[in-house]
Design a protein around this ligand. Sequence first.
Ligand SMILES: Cc1cc2nc3c(=O)[nH]c(=O)nc-3n(C[C@H](O)[C@H](O)[C@H](O)COP(=O)(O)OP(=O)(O)OC[C@H]3O[C@@H](n4cnc5c(N)ncnc54)[C@H](O)[C@@H]3O)c2cc1C
Length: 407
Amino acid sequence: MKIVTAGTGMAAAEFVEQLRLEGFDGEIVMYGDEDYPPYSPCVIPFFLAGEPLDTVFWKGKDFYEKYRVTARLGEPVMEVDPERRIIHAADGKSESYDHLFFATGSHSRYPRPEWLATHGVFGFKNLTDMVAIDRYITEQHVTSAVVFGGGFIGVDAALALKARGLHVSLVHRNTRLLSQMTDEEGGQFATGRLAEKTGMDIRLLTTVEKISHTNGQLTSVRLSNGQEITTPLLILSVGVTPNSAPLWGDDQGVIVNEQMLADPCIYTAGDVAVTRHAVNGEPGIYANYPNAMRQARSAARHLLHGDGSYGGSYNTTVLRKHIDFPVISAGSFTGEAVTWQRDNVWRRVYLVDGMINGYIVIGDARISGYLYQHYLARTRVDGIIRKIISAPRHDGYYREMLGFASS
Ligand SMILES: Cc1cc2nc3c(=O)[nH]c(=O)nc-3n(C[C@H](O)[C@H](O)[C@H](O)COP(=O)(O)OP(=O)(O)OC[C@H]3O[C@@H](n4cnc5c(N)ncnc54)[C@H](O)[C@@H]3O)c2cc1C
């Protein structure tokens, strides 16, 4: 049996590793649009902050040799022909498959793609972006940057640049940073903490409207509120689009079934896959690393053993790189809100029918694992939730819940 993967990212690497670990001995060919061994996008901000490049290759730099893979790097898959079971690559060649694993992830959405032609303007999505930014900062002795986009990845970018020693301005169109992973009040709290603890210059309710350059080199950006920021570096991080076009011709993502199949011979996983939410059943793209891993393993198990089903995705988000006040959330922010705050710790749980529908924890994450278990188990917690979220000493709380005398 011959397996081809479109993508060499986190989902594809996990899938291939599982196949080999479980004894699959057939041919594996991996197509990737970059020229690297599989790496973890979650870790690339650490590289930008100054850690060695090798730390991003989470399954080893020798992945392709180790798992006996023919790697076609720098050769994106342009089109899939499910009828004939072949893919067409960018170099004009075709490759047949018995099973295709389609895990092409997503790409940055740019407000004005033509800005990227200016020296000093970059996306923040893949290792190619990161290596280019790193080189630019070093060669140009860059000391300040503007990041446009204050979602999870934009904040990740801003924190990495800050950790590298740059002065960072973070521009976001919403009333608060991290607007998808927080509600209004939680987002305001997180934004305040980020400003206070990192010294970042945060500009809300505005966008980057225009860039200026001299001889093709970025010099400043102008915001929609009329403000001007002098900077040699602009990072664009205003959203992503799934790379589903080679498969179905559109960028709406790839709908899969419980076995991660999009077609009888095509598995799909990761940031390109449309799955259902494990708790509320809503279809969507739940783009995070744990989901990608579970999806890849489900696909491998089904391919090898013909059994197993995925069980749905979770929308948990954890922001904790380069900060000591994590921001963690899961689920939906609707229902009855129960809030607790003390000093720099802020927690809110949303209840529907007495069960956790979603939660946000900022500043002290130790309670989040416990909330997560209740959220997944769908247990009624309305009688004890105030006690749970107001437990300043987590260990003591656990001892009490388990029936030990609290110290
Ligand atoms: C900066 C950053 C930080 C992140 N931090 C976190 C975090 O802290 N926690 C977390 O849970 N998640 C995080 N994520 C998200 C996480 O990295 C993704 O959910 C995960 O990588 C999804 O795996 P994937 O294989 O679907 O996509 P990717 O790992 O992005 O891999 C997709 C691969 O497909 C390739 N490709 C694209 N088009 C083609 C084509 N046409 N042909 C062939 N190959 C193609 C790409 O080059 C890439 O190698 C972060 C993402 C980014 C960008």
